[in-house]
Design a protein around this ligand. Structure first.
Ligand SMILES: [Zn+2]
Ligand SMILES: [Zn+2]
Length: 462
């Protein structure tokens, strides 16, 4: 593409092939000065195919057409440079939280630290869901929610690092320490941008408890503190992606999770006289077999469903028919309707078998959360917002789950993965592994992404 062609194509976008560095081009001074004379501001992005040009430097965002808003180049580069400058501070917070991991609804120390930091920045904060904090800045609509989770896991850390967990049997093995620290970093920049009128409406920062036990987000939603939020954004650190790359996917991203427990009560007795007892063991074996058939025989093969029976327990010796038998397991799906159908079938099938054999039957949902579905409308905002960062499309959903999905009961949601994997630094162990760790050098990317979400979404959803 020659210089002339480039200039002709900049009315809306300048698309640069090859290594995408305009400054490396022959005739760069000519291109550069000509661009400057036509447009008051422009930005050069080394690693992006898309370079956008901006016409009004004074406002945070500029309308180029009915469908297209772009952030002013100055604001973009400021968000990126301020996020980078925050990295050391974010690492410091992350290590502090990492050293003192707290389980769900026990995040007292972490919550206090978060609240103090936010108050010192001038945020209005409120306590929700026992140990959660919702902080807001700005006023009016739209209200944009940014979420971080704060809880740790009952795992003994095996990393040998100076900031290793100081609490035996507790570890931040899912990266929620990093989530909290990144959102605190974003809080700094977002407050300044609001004060300067560069972010519209209200931004709510949600520091939620108890994600790992699946009830924290629901408790925040039930508190009413996020009722007015129109769009929620969340970031999860992801060791499966190279450090610094953000993975996005519209539509179903993470599965639902419904852990269940079935209790079948019969009548205990002597094994030599089974006719005088009601044996619950033979019943739970039938139930478990029938459960396995639901996914393969009753669901559209193009709909992913996992039904796993993971535990069958009954009795404790060889010469007693026990009174009771228990089945535990989990269901994962990517679709709310399929999920409801499967749960209904597990209840009905279990009841049918148990009662048919004269046993009492109880079905309990232990942990239950919907699938995490990324709103395609927010997807276009996310793609624009993240242009200054490195982004990849994640091709397939992941059958893990997240209680972020509960925010979907209130507003539109979008959840992204931040790559933290780095072989050289040993940060490719999966989440929930005793040696899970992250490449801390890329925490600023999460800070920038949160800030860009808040800025762009407020503009687009006005
Ligand atoms: Zn986790
Ligand atoms: Zn997690």
């Amino acid at each position: 593409m020659g210089d002339r062609k480039v200039i002709l194509s900049v009315k809306k976008y300048l698309i640069i092939p090859g290594n995408h560095d305009l400054r490396a081009w022959k005739g760069k001074n000519y291109v550069s000065s000509l661009l400057k004379s036509i447009f008051k501001r422009f930005i050069l992005c080394r690693k992006l195919k898309l370079v956008k040009l901006y016409t009004q430097p004074s406002l945070g965002l500029t309308r180029l057409s009915n469908r297209c808003f772009v952030l002013n180049a100055e604001v973009i580069s400021r968000i990126i440079s301020e996020a980078k400058a925050m990295n050391n501070e974010v690492v410091r917070w992350r290590r502090e939280i990492h050293s003192y991991p707290e389980l769900g609804f026990q995040e007292v120390r972490t919550s206090k630290m978060v609240e103090e930091e936010l108050k010192s920045l001038g945020y209005t904060t409120c306590k929700v869901a026992e140990t959660g904090i919702v902080a807001s800045v700005g006023s009016g609509e739209p209200v944009i929610g940014l979420r971080a989770d704060m809880d740790a896991l009952p795992i003994q850390e095996e990393n040998d690092v100076p900031y290793k967990s100081k609490v035996p049997g507790r570890m931040h093995a899912c990266g929620h320490d990093a989530h909290t620290a990144m959102l605190l970093g974003a809080a700094h920049i977002i407050k300044k941008l609001h004060d300067e009128g560069l972010i519209k409406g209200t931004t709510k920062l949600i520091f939620q408890p108890a994600e790992e036990i699946g009830t924290g987000a629901k408790a925040v939603v039930d508190s009413g503190a996020v009722d007015d939020v129109k769009a929620f954004f969340g970031i999860h650190v992801w060791p499966f992606l190279p450090a610094g790359i953000i993975g996005i996917k519209d539509g179903p991203f993470l599965a639902s999770c419904d852990d269940f427990k079935v209790v079948v009560k019969g009548k205990g007795g002597h094994p030599s006289s089974p006719h005088e007892a009601i044996d619950p063991i033979s019943v739970v074996i039938d139930i478990a077999n029938a459960y396995m058939k639901v996914a393969g025989r009753e669901i559209d093969p193009l709909q992913p469903v996992v039904i796993s029976v993971t535990s069958i327990r009954a009795g404790n010796t060889y010469n007693i028919i026990p009174e009771e038998a228990i089945i535990e397991g989990t269901v994962r799906t990517l679709d709310r309707e399929v999920r409801n159908y499967v749960i209904g079938r597990l209840k009905n099938i279990g009841k049918f078998y148990a009662e048919g054999m004269g046993c009492a039957f109880k079905f309990h949902l232990l942990q239950s959360m919907p699938p995490t579905v990324n709103d395609p409308g927010l997807g276009s905002i996310v793609r624009e917002a993240l242009q200054p960062l490195r982004v990849v499309e994640i091709p397939k959903p992941v059958m893990g789950s997240e209680d972020f999905s509960f925010y979907g009961n209130v507003g539109a949601t979008y959840f992204v993965a931040l790559g933290t994997g780095n072989e050289k630094k040993g940060t490719t162990y999966p989440n929930h592994h005793p040696r899970f760790n992250i490449d801390e050098d890329v925490l600023w990317v999460g800070v920038a992404a949160h800030t860009l979400f808040a800025t762009y979404a407020a503009e687009k959803l006005e």
